[in-house]
Design a protein. Structure first.
Length: 173
């Protein structure tokens, strides 16, 4: 069974930090997940959340997700971002992508291979990344099967709930 996902791309540069993704004024416990998601990229791409659509991809540069341990990956997943493709991803941010169920792949050359609003196609069978518009094909860094399964199935929290290790969340994470 083939595991291929396709989405429209939005490009971001190098060193996109979690403060840009999830501004501090909504990062506290008083803000709901919907309020947090509505502010994603408001500091550097005002209106982006209104322009993007569920199923879209983010194309990032080098050191995507640097900075604090803000749950920006959760907000991106909540918005419906289907996949993050970046030249390199900060280790802590990558772990948050796994924990919150956001598919994130490192792919050398991805920034140069895509223009904004082109269509990306990712095969999770062989970790190829294809620009549908130009035909360019790249290879993403493979992700171990257990981490990939977590990213595809909502993250660590649903798994822990299913195994009875934590109580079911009162609200969506």
């Amino acid at each position: 069974m083939s595991r291929v996902i396709t989405g429209r791309t939005w490009k971001f540069g190098d060193n996109i930090n979690t403060d840009l993704m999830l501004p501090g004024h909504v990062n506290g416990g008083a803000s709901s997940l919907d309020e947090q998601a509505a502010e994603v990229f408001s500091a550097n791409r005002p209106g982006w959340v209104d322009a993007m659509a569920p199923g879209d991809f983010i194309i990032g540069g080098k050191s995507y997700g640097i900075g604090s341990n803000r749950p920006a990956a959760r907000s991106l997943r909540h918005l419906g971002v289907a996949c993050l493709l970046a030249e390199s991803i900060n280790g802590l941010f990558f772990r948050n992508c796994v924990n919150f169920g956001l598919l994130a792949l490192e792919c050398e050359g991805v920034s140069a291979a895509f223009e904004e609003l082109q269509t990306a196609q990712v095969s999770l069978d062989d970790f190829t990344v294809r620009n549908v518009n130009t035909g360019a094909v790249l290879r993403a860094r493979p992700v171990p099967a257990n981490l990939l399964a977590l990213m595809q199935n909502g993250g660590i929290f649903p798994l822990l709930e299913q195994q009875g290790l934590i109580a079911p969340a009162a609200a969506a994470i």
